[in-house]
Ligand binder design. Sequence first.
Ligand code: PEP
Ligand code: MN
Length: 341
Amino acid sequence: MIAILRKNASPEAVDHLIGWIEKKGLSTNVSRGENEIVIGLVGDTTKIDPFLLESMDIVERVQRVSEPFKKANRKFHPADSSIDCGFGIHIGAGEFQVIAGPCSVEGENLIRIARQVKAAGATMLRGGAYKPRTSPYAYQGMGPAGLDLLCEAREELKMPIVTEIMDPRDIDVFIDKKIDVMQIGARNAQNFPLLKEVGKTQIPILLKRGMSGTIDELLMAAEYIMSEGNNNVILCERGIRTFETRTRNTFDLNAVPVLHYLSHLPVVADPSHATGYTRYVAPMALAATAAGADGLEIEVHDDPSHAWSDGAQALTPDQFNDLMRRIALIREAIAPAADTE
Ligand code: PEP
Ligand code: MN
């Protein structure tokens, strides 16, 4: 349920209403836009009489929110959310960011790749130190030593780092090393204890869509994180498993405008895992940009044939550089017309 307040509602009256709702055992989510204040009611809304609420002086109207996701819902928060990732980098609400780097942190090559993606215009550095691999015999990642290499690259390049967390027991290490953005991978999109645990921090979360996850399941995963108090969630479309076998996954670009319609959270697209092949990454990165993604996550490696994971989908730094130039052109082409008033 949401209560949309009258424009002239005084701060005291708003606080009084919030207190009244919270006394009934519900929590509130207040969104102050330019033109309206929206109070989202979270919890057992049967305890509130919507007619009584609507009869209050400062309440313009009351609307039921039928979707099971509340805090992630655009109805609760009509304006786009902007997530602060550190180093002055914000994503969403018109700000577009490119996250690039190798699939896995492998060693000293990280800093070389990081310098090249930054020079090409990437604004955030990625690299997995803990890798979710289908086979237990495949490379599992460097662990804390990999996080240290990311931190060293961050110090030199002054850019936020994005890296996957797989186990709630590692959260203290991620906090300790001040990881800027924690990625929840596709395989953990419904790992509810992990989602709850990262929800207890305020660290931005790049939340990937599950391999066979629906858009609603992605939003419910975001809701798990937000219901614990962390509103810094960035959604990520990374392809879903379908009957198609010519690509690693099927890139569901519909999800970009659909997620924007349903939610205020920023939406990033990952054409690397969505396609699985270097040759398809650039066209789909451009398509995702044109579809209105707030950012891209792209795997880059300076020697893809020797990469320890996902070499088949890595761009070389030169390919990435050329792609960044074309992404800028697409961004320009789709920019809303300048306000001529
Ligand atoms: C990754 O980003 O390297 C990764 C494992 O992604 P996903 O969870 O989307 O497969
Ligand atoms: Mn990968």
